[in-house]
Design a protein around this ligand. Structure first.
Ligand SMILES: [Zn+2]
Length: 164
């Protein structure tokens, strides 16, 4: 049950970070980031290459990676300046690794130049969200959604069980 609870809470948190990202795009006077429409522009910024290892992007093996991960600890937003092109390999092994550490690991000799590309990208779109209470709000949402969902599930089980 603990697993189910955290799955539900993580899903809610991702939706929250996605919606917050849209709001943040609007705050910056940008169109709400829509991968289908806008990812080509992002890919172009990185010369159609993976922003970490530098490999040319191959169709069907391209991911929209979040520089700052969309999870409870990192609180990356789904927004302009945080979505980057990555090859499938980099995307699947990056997990929770900080993007700078991951880039150094993957880019080897080209790390300095590639790091600059990423920081230029972040600056270009002005991605620097700093609502001071984002951590608090996200942590509360995570706990509350988990608790409410499990209470609801328990209630439904009791209801159905009474009729077995
Ligand atoms: Zn890569």
């Amino acid at each position: 049950m603990a697993r189910a609870r955290s799955d539900i809470a993580n899903t809610a948190l991702r939706i929250f970070l996605q919606e917050m990202g849209s709001a943040y795009d609007e705050e910056r006077g940008l169109q709400v980031y829509d991968g289908k429409k806008h990812f080509p522009e992002v890919r172009k910024f990185f010369g159609e290459r993976c922003c970490y290892c530098g490999d040319a992007l191959k169709s069907g093996r391209i991911a929209q990676d979040h520089l700052i991960a969309m999870n409870k600890t990192d609180l990356g937003l789904h927004a302009w300046g945080n979505v980057v092109p990555s090859c499938q390999d980099c995307n699947s092994i990056k997990q929770g690794t900080h993007w700078k550490d991951f880039l150094i690991q993957r880019a080897a000799g080209a790390a300095k130049e590639r790091h600059k590309r990423v920081t230029d990208f972040i600056k270009h779109y002005g991605y620097a969200p700093k609502p001071s209470d984002l951590h608090e709000v996200a942590a509360a949402l995570y706990d509350e959604v988990g608790a409410i969902a499990m209470t609801l599930i328990d209630t439904k089980i009791k209801h159905v069980r009474a009729k077995l």
